[in-house]
Ligand binder design. Sequence first.
Ligand code: PMP
Length: 366
Amino acid sequence: DTLIKCTYHDASSPMESPHIHSDDNVRSDLTISPDILSCVGNTPLVRLNRIGKKAGVKCEVLGKCEYLNVGGSLKDRIAVKMIEDAEAKGLLKEGDVIIEPSSGNTGIGMALAAAVKGYKCIIVMSERMSTEKEITIQSLGATLVRAPNVPYSHPESHLNKAIKLMKEIPNSVILNQYRNEANPIAHYDGTGEEILRACDDRVDMVVIGAGTGGALTGVARKIKERCPDCIVVAVDPTGSIMAEPASMNKEKVFFEIEGIGHDFIPTVCDRAVVDKWYKCTDKESFNWARTLIKEEGLLTGGSCGAMVYCGLQAAKDANLKENQRCVIILPDSIRNYMTKFLNDDWMISRGHIDVGFNTAKTWWWD
Ligand code: PMP
């Protein structure tokens, strides 16, 4: 009897319950979702309360939590959009095989959408990308093909391997995120619009990493329409060639950060939307991702570290004031990198942290 009293809330005599109850945080618009694909998007926009202050940034810093999408990244949006677009145009029909070259997250989104919709799916991914992505793609029932980490024009690159497979496999299609207009449109219609609505059309800076450039192009175009003075900051890893001016890309190093940076400019990437490019090394990206996780409780991936590192610098450089607002896109989650930058031995072996460092410590620049 005592146990029951303690466990259940008696609404008729609330004072008898030892618990403090509140349903204030339960939204009034909750419904049943028809399937998991309908839950893609509408991600939280969260204030980062500690990290900006610690870095000496005056403005409000907000993170767009794309890592909370159903497949774990912003690429779920384009996977659904590209597939539904192709279906509507009659380019994709029952029984077809979807093939896609990907650095992993589009692959996860495609495999997820293909599972729900009943398509066969083959993802071609460079050997540089994480085992966690491979396992996720395979667990969704898709086939994962690895390609060597070679320049995009090489016959064995993930792009060319996907084309080769398409020629061999009957009824197969490549929707091609690097060229498909549905990629930036998904971010123009979704991500960018959501940010503006949450911010009542007041955004002073937006920080976006460039992989295909779909998020950069779509979000920036939408935000600039309603906030023409918003500063668009783009993030490119050291070793990639996407930043402008080209003199920023002189350092030719191998980089391990996943999902951003290329040795070519994808067709969907409109670099004219960018006001300022920032570069970021692996060491900065991974340590900042660890700091973001520890300081703010955001379980984010490596490119989020690059976004935050460059975003805070950009907010300082632009001297954004207390009444201004910087929105940072946070593309994917911790799940993809458990055995990589979250592992101390992995970080030590690359010189990103010192021997004796442990995950309980916070890395900070200077
Ligand atoms: N970060 C990660 C982890 C990604 O997987 C991607 C997508 N490749 C991006 C950032 C960049 O997104 P986009 O392709 O839209 O430029």
